[in-house]
Design a protein around this ligand. Structure first.
Ligand code: ATP
Ligand code: MG
Length: 493
């Protein structure tokens, strides 16, 4: 693959690099960590040009915390390597085929730059040579990359205007595509021709949805139209990348608005959404169709991965379970069980870990179960979740958000769900038994009570647990032994 400096002059852009008001630049200057400045300084000290680009500039201007720093430079990766190592930094050839070298800076515990020998940890900066991408042949990656001469040329290959900004502490902000104005207006706009840019790389379609969910921005009209008409290109994106973007999407602070705005696009990756969008709920408890109800439920659970996916999936079984009764009311009997099966299918297709799948599926299956807000009711529910108290807490939060996403008739149910958590705390504090393992008796006691070996032992212990949960027998060895002898005697009759 050729990697050479462009012989052409700098590209002429519609708008030249605009300077932003000083306040924003001051904010970015203050946010830029010392270790990133060190890398910039080392490159510029050696006579190259270097800019901070991408998410760091975007998030810094929005006043959001930023995790990683990307640098773009006119130095080739071999030159970056030479300069960085001469400055006592380490380098890793993470993406040199595309001109990317990872440079790590030694830091002490306080985060100050120190000599390598006394480093407590290393902070990484990705440094990429300015580049122009060759033709995209697979709808995902360029078949070649060519070094570009200027930062403006490099910014042209970036996906959205808000991601096509560059910053340098002395030179300020370069913004050739109006990214700052789009951010101020809350707009996600693709750089260049929308059809061409999404056709090049289908992943950008999901990145747009994900940024909408994280930032609460609206998709600019032509950008959205092109996402919709190219959504079939998601078929060329690897499942891992799709899942990664969907994880970020569901965790977004503006997930309700983003789901309603982009579901037709997302449906290519999550086809279950299409049925949900077409599923009305004519029923006094509901004011929304299944999709919008789902979007509100997602918005109202805390943004953990487990709860957001559980909220997305909780009513996925409704379109299949729906029927309209003679009374004109829609019913969804059994939808939780159907939903559990659809959830398993979806998360499996997305290659999520089985333990995570299990937890989401259990929440979906249990989300509509009645749980009385009493110690007995909570112990029973805990037993159904194999004693997993944290999962039960998540269930309470799901139930609460689910109830709040209903008509006003749901308010009382939401209060009840909130009460469940308080009862859970009581049950945990009292160290009540809600698993067989916590019983004061075990398999040996069951056999001593005359129970035949085999599956009957488990069944007898389950019966003992149920009696303890219901408060019929105290969780004490003698009382439970007596209870089990009685059960065995009755079974023999
Ligand atoms: P995040 O907050 O998730 O890190 P980011 O925008 O920084 O968001 P990265 O994957 O770190 O995302 O990419 C860094 C920059 O590289 C982006 O801001 C954008 O300029 C560019 N970029 C990343 N992915 C693409 C893509 N698929 N097409 C075009 N440009 C991209
Ligand atoms: Mg980033």
């Amino acid at each position: 693959m050729a990697f050479y400096m462009s012989e052409d002059g700098p590209m002429t852009l519609g708008r030249s690099a605009e300077r932003m008001p000083g306040e924003a630049e001051a904010r970015l200057r203050a946010a830029l960590p010392g270790w990133a400045q060190l890398v910039l300084g080392a490159l510029e000290g050696a006579g190259y040009e270097a800019w901070v680009v991408g998410g760091f500039v975007r998030d810094g201007l929005l006043g959001r915390p930023s995790h990683d720093v990307d640098i773009a430079t006119d130095a080739r990766w071999q030159e970056v390597q030479r300069v960085a190592e001469a400055a006592g930094l380490r380098t890793h050839e993470t993406g040199v085929k595309h001109g990317t070298l990872t440079v790590t800076v030694p830091l002490d515990a306080a985060g100050d730059v120190v000599p390598a020998e006394v480093a407590k940890h290393w902070e990484a900066v990705e440094v990429t040579t300015y580049r122009i991408e060759g033709p995209y042949e697979d709808g995902r990656r360029p078949s070649s990359v060519t070094a570009a001469r200027t930062i403006e040329e490099d910014l042209a290959r970036r996906d959205f205007t808000m991601n096509a900004l560059a910053f340098h502490p002395a030179r300020g902000i370069a913004d050739p595509y109006g990214g700052a104005a789009d951010m101020a207006a809350g707009i996600i706009r693709i750089v260049g021709d929308p059809d061409a840019r999404f056709a090049e790389d289908g992943l950008r379609i999901l990145r747009a949805c994900r940024f909408a969910s994280q930032l609460g921005f609206a998709l600019e009209g032509a950008t959205y139209e092109a996402m919709l008409s190219h959504k079939h290109l998601l078929a060329r994106v690897s499942t891992e990348r799709i899942t990664h973007e969907l994880d970020a999407f569901v965790a977004g602070a503006f997930v309700h608005d983003a789901l309603m705005a982009t579901w037709e696009v997302l449906a290519f990756a999550v086809p279950e959404l299409a049925a949900m969008a077409r599923c009305p709920q004519r029923n006094p408890y509901h004011v929304y169709d299944v999709l919008e109800h789902t979007a509100w439920a997602m918005q109202r659970v805390p943004p953990t991965r487990l709860l957001r996916w559980a909220a997305l999936c909780h009513d996925m079984g409704k379109p299949a379970a729906a029927f309209r009764g003679a009374d004109g009311i829609d019913h969804f009997y059994g939808h939780a069980e159907v939903g559990a099966r659809l959830t398993r299918g979806l998360l499996g297709r997305l290659l999520m870990g089985t333990a995570f799948q299990d937890d989401v599926v259990r929440l979906v299956r249990a989300h509509d179960d009645e749980v009385a807000p009493t110690p007995k009711g909570v112990r029973r529910a805990l037993a159904r979740l194999d004693g997993d108290a944290e999962l039960f807490r998540a269930l309470c939060q799901l139930k609460r958000a689910d109830a709040l996403a209903h008509s006003e008739l749901g308010a009382a149910r939401a209060e009840q769900a909130a009460k469940l958590e308080a009862v859970l705390d009581e049950v945990l504090a009292a160290e009540d038994a809600f698993t067989v393992a916590a019983l004061a008796v075990g398999g040996r006691d069951a056999l001593a009570a005359g129970c035949p070996k085999g599956p009957a032992v488990g069944a007898l212990l389950d019966a003992a647990l149920e009696a303890v949960i219901d408060g019929q027998v105290p969780n004490e060895q003698e009382a439970l032994r007596t209870f089990m002898r009685e059960q065995v005697r009755r079974a023999r009759k």
